[in-house]
Design a protein around this ligand. Structure first.
Ligand code: FAD
Length: 691
């Protein structure tokens, strides 16, 4: 008789047990991985660590896991903050877990006396974040199958807490947390507190989170019999200074993102964990305005195994400006020790150090911490006990407690953390703050995405980006906010052109990277594939709406269709709506469009709206209204409709305008027009690439 699967599993387990017995565990100890899962390895699943969350919790004595689905780091940050607070205020034994690192089939055996948090960001068109895709597909599957339970309510032991991060300007607001919550409830799990929703669109994310979590803690305390205690700060990371180590030793990370890079043999696959240090083949300024910059850059990926298709995104890994690194190190009293080698370890086996170690203070702050971003009120409050004087401590506590006072004095003044610390202490160093606190409280620096503005059909070895350099002056704010990545790119461009002033605004970026590994003109990147795609049949008509840098992917689209036309393919109507301030300042790719027009003839039509050239402001929406009947005609011929750029206002307006155009042109009620647009979205005939 054949052995069935269960028999095989039992036999293998017995055999492994016997081996373990006779080797007295030495075999396992060598691997230093008591959970090393050979089956998972055989299946090609990332291993090295257990993917069994329940085992992991038992092993490390945890009764609370905070899972996160995060794209830009905010959900991950909230997860860490909740874990910290649960531990310090309520004595929970917490751990934070990346959803991508665990399996879910055994959630039906989740112990009743433990709790799972789900902190879930919604990305793009109501999609899960990259690290939550598998979990989302599993939990929403037609038939969710768990390892043990065949019960109708397989998750009736599971207690959970849920918070979502979304943006109300998107069609599928917070759909990730909503759908996961519904799926968990359907499977019999019990939610504690409300399923919170934070709204980035309204700019209230942090306050929504803070307002949600207090009643949640009350509900959780009562469900789990927890008692609140005086919160004392316990560091998550052990930061050990190694004065005997030389920072130039080849084991010390000076900003290299991982071991490959440290060893100088950076190799693929290149992805969100491993950037390719790409040469910048060309760079130029494409605005003619004096006070604003827009960069066009050609990034050479020919020597990597990276590939892209038109409509994908390239992620740029930024470096903080030297000026801000200096400010930060000086604010926290580490200036003189900046090149001290430090080893950083999690004090708890579940704590993940967000950068490789040993390293130096300088490298951590320059390459790994988001030090320029807006400040979180909760983080600010947690710094109060470590203020240099009692007076500053009281002021910090007030800012932390009083939402309006914080808004007025911190948010409205656009301060970053070091600017705030220095302003508060009038220059005195904040040397009492444990460095662990900054690792815990500041985001890990995130790669920034750019819609690729070239066509892979035309130039498969080079991706181009079109980026506006962020420089924001707010009336009354003491500092100008300089976007981290775009100013880094600007400095690289200046360097490439041997500009006499290679250092715009004195930002002083370390352009040659750790150990000069980015020397020449290089930038670390990876590619993110997207669903924003041209129809595979070029004879299909397309309509594109992309004001400002929203035109980036459409330059790629039109470049591709022009090449196809030159090659003799029949290319359908290619209608582009572009908008900018003035013809003479920021009309992106003006001369290129003329070239494409020669290739595409009448099938290419560019409609441009200038908002500041005439007595009246004209926007892309106005241009769309002028040709409403043509748009409707093209839609009837199944034209694909694309929108790219500003998510907050433009994309939403264009969506509703399209509904209006359809309803007016076809003489049907407005609600019907809206429904048609919805159906277009559902069938991918309407695609957005917005940020
Ligand atoms: P950051 O340092 O990230 O700052 C961004 C903004 O945050 C600032 O402008 C300011 O408003 C705010 N801010 C930062 N610090 C503070 C502070 N201390 N106080 C208050 N406010 C603050 N951009 C393009 O130009 N072209 C593209 O083609 C493009 N495509 C994109 C595609 C996708 C899918 C996504 C998600 C984004 C895209 N972006 C694009 C945007 C781009 O990723 C970056 O967000 C943008 O370039 C700014 O990055 P930065 O590092 O220069 O600015």
């Amino acid at each position: 008789a054949q052995l069935d699967t269960l028999d095989v599993v039992v036999l293998v387990a017995l055999l492994l047990g016997t081996v373990a017995y006779f080797t007295k565990g030495t075999y396992w100890a060598v691997h230093n991985d008591p959970y090393g899962n050979s089956l998972a390895q055989a299946n090609g699943i990332r291993t090295g660590k257990s993917r069994n969350i329940i085992e992991k919790m038992e092993e490390s004595g945890k009764n609370c896991v905070v899972f996160y689905g995060s794209q830009t780091g905010t959900a991950e940050d909230y997860a860490s903050r909740l874990a910290k607070e649960g531990q310090s205020r309520f004595g929970l034994k917490t751990m934070v877990a990346d959803l991508e690192d665990y399996d879910y089939e055994n959630l039906d055996t989740f112990p009743e006396d433990k709790v799972a948090f789900f902190i879930l960001a919604t990305y793009g068109e109501g999609e899960p974040t990259d690290n939550a895709v598998d979990f989302y597909e599993f939990i929403n599957g037609e038939e969710v199958s768990f390892s043990e339970s065949t019960d109708e309510n397989p998750l009736n032991n599971l207690k959970y807490v849920a918070f979502g991060l979304g943006n109300n300007t998107y069609e599928h607001y917070n759909s990730m947390v909503r759908n996961v919550n519904a799926a968990l409830e359907k499977l019999g799990a019990t939610r504690i507190g409300t399923a919170g929703e934070g709204d980035d669109g309204a700019g209230t994310m942090e306050e929504d989170f803070l307002a949600w979590k207090e009643p949640m803690w009350v509900a959780l305390s009562s469900a789990m019999g927890l008692e609140e205690r005086e919160a004392v700060y316990e560091p998550v990371f052990d930061v050990v200074e190694e004065p005997d180590m030389d920072p130039n030793e080849d084991t010390v990370y000076l900003g290299e993102p991982n071991k490959n890079h440290l060893e100088g043999t950076s190799k693929g696959p290149y992805n969100a964990h491993n950037p390719y240090v790409a040469p910048i083949a060309e760079s130029k300024e494409i605005f003619t305005a004096k006070d604003r910059n827009c960069l066009h850059m050609e990034i050479d990926i020919s020597s990597s195994n990276l590939s892209y298709t038109t409509g994908d995104h390239v992620a740029v890994w930024p470096t903080n400006a030297g000026k801000e690194v200096d400010r930060f190190l000086s604010a926290v009293g580490l200036d003189s020790k900046r090149h001290m080698v430090i080893s950083v370890k999690g004090l708890d086996p579940t704590a993940k150090v967000p950068f490789p170690s040993p390293t130096t203070y300088d490298a951590v702050v320059r390459y790994h911490m988001e030090i320029c971003a807006p400040i979180s009120r909760q983080f600010l409050a947690s710094l109060a006990p470590f203020a240099p004087t009692e007076e500053i401590k009281a002021e910090m506590a007030k800012l932390g407690d009083d939402k309006d006072y914080f808004q007025e004095n911190v948010t409205n003044r656009n301060l970053n953390i070091a600017q705030l610390l220095q302003t508060m202490s009038k220059g005195q160093a904040w040397s009492k703050v444990p460095f662990s606190m900054f690792i815990e409280g500041l985001h890990k620096i995130q790669p920034r995405y750019y819609s690729i503005s070239s066509s892979s059909h035309v130039q498969k070895d080079k991706v181009s980006i079109t980026a506006v350099v962020e420089s924001i002056e707010r009336p009354g704010a003491p500092y100008v906010v300089k976007g981290v990545t775009t100013n880094y790119l600007l400095a690289l461009k200046q360097k490439q052109h041997g500009d006499p002033d290679p250092d715009p605004h004195g930002l002083n970026y370390a352009l040659s990277g750790p150990r000069n590994k980015y020397d020449g003109v290089h930038v670390p990147v990876h590619i993110r594939h997207s669903n924003f795609k041209l129809p595979s049949d070029p004879s299909k008509p397309i309509i594109m709406v992309g004001p400002g840098t929203g035109v980036a992917p459409f330059r790629g689209f039109v470049q591709e269709r022009a090449a196809l036309a030159r090659e003799g393919h029949k290319v359908g109507k290619t209608l582009l709506f572009f908008g900018c301030r003035r013809k003479s300042e920021d009309f992106l790719y003006q001369s290129e469009w003329e070239q494409y027009k020669k290739d595409l003839g009448d099938s290419f039509d560019l409609k441009v709206a200038f908002s500041r050239d005439g007595p009246q402001k004209v926007y892309v929406q106005d241009k769309m209204k002028e040709v409403a009947s043509e748009i409707d005609e093209l839609l009837k011929q199944k034209a694909y409709f694309y929108v790219c750029g500003d998510a907050a206002n433009m994309a939403r307006d264009v969506n509703s305008l399209l509904g209006d155009i359809i309803s007016q042109q076809r003489g049907i009620p407005a609600s019907k027009g809206e429904e048609i647009v919805k159906a277009m979205r559902a069938s991918n005939q309407y695609q957005e690439d917005v940020w």
